[in-house]
Design a protein around this ligand. Sequence first.
Ligand code: PLP
Length: 374
Amino acid sequence: MANVVGNIPIFETKSQYNLLRKEIDTAIERVLERSFFVLGEECSAFEKEFAEYLGVKHVFGVANGTDAIQLALMACGVGSGDEVITTPQTALFTLLAISATGAKPVLVDIDPDTGLINPELIEAAITHRTKAIVPVHLYGQSADLDPIVQIANNYSLFIVEDSCQAHGTTYKGKYTGTIGHVGTYSFYPSKNLGCYGDGGAVVTNDSEIADRLVRLRNGGQRERYNHELMGLNSRLDEIQAAILRVKLPHLKAWNLARRERAALYNRLLEGLPLETPLEKGYGQHIYHLYVLKLSSTIVRNTFQIYLKELGIGTGIHYPIPAHLQIAYEWLGLGKGSLPQVEDTADRIISLPIFPELPLEHVEYIAESIQNFPF
Ligand SMILES: *Cc1c(COP(=O)(O)O)cnc(C)c1O
């Protein structure tokens, strides 16, 4: 058994700060010296650099990922009375962003092998009110976009990709977020590209959508004091943008480091009564989260406590599917209405994963799991 001292958290940011400390401190100081804090040159520069990275025409820095989704939908004209199709297996913020536009989230069950929205179930959920589909690239793996694009074309719907867990995920050689009409990102500290507070971005290749976004994130103003739209007040601040500019050049290497850790877990956990994450052949998973699915014979709570006692942090993403949240009781979808996500939610568990996680820790975690009395 590999020797490990101390606790292994599911995620931490301090190691990364230690590696980049000088550059980050310099970047923050640069903003403080300039003393210009909102919609200045750091935000513009980051937008340009992230656009280059993604190969997309327009990037708008916004306050967080939830606002990014709301703004993207608003820019597509989604509002009160409309319906937006999405998945029940996501951070609830995806749904909250849909609701904030006045539209109703319509939930479609998942593919139990991946946790991603099942494209085969989308068409049956479309009504005359449906305006958009929000696929979520959950855990860092792309949803299967080709069939979704096909449906969206057939019914003239917008696609807003929730890429908040997928900074660098690919689908058939393209980055997620750049395939639908609009893509949305979060830079919450735990994301693969994270700042030191809240941050987000909306990306698009569509110049009309971009022309609305530039106003919508800034109170609907194109010029100061001239409000053309009822927008939000949602901007990526200069300090966060400066931090993201330091981090962006490392994103590719960090995602590779996550993939290396995931591959090691996969190899060491083979043959146990659990499913390791399935990577679909259509693109690269960037393992924002490494999520196991336990066999239904295993009591997850016991498994989680066993790991905790060995100093191993775990998480559950997510324990309660969207339709079973109290906030969404009004959708009228009771228990049993979305069986795949309900079964999956009871069996998943997330293991520690981040680029700086020592490989010996992955070995220790995997060996601890091998020794669990299944
Ligand atoms: C993090 C996240 C969000 C929300 O992003 P915030 O920046 O926290 O507002 C939305 N959707 C998904 C899938 C996320 O993981």
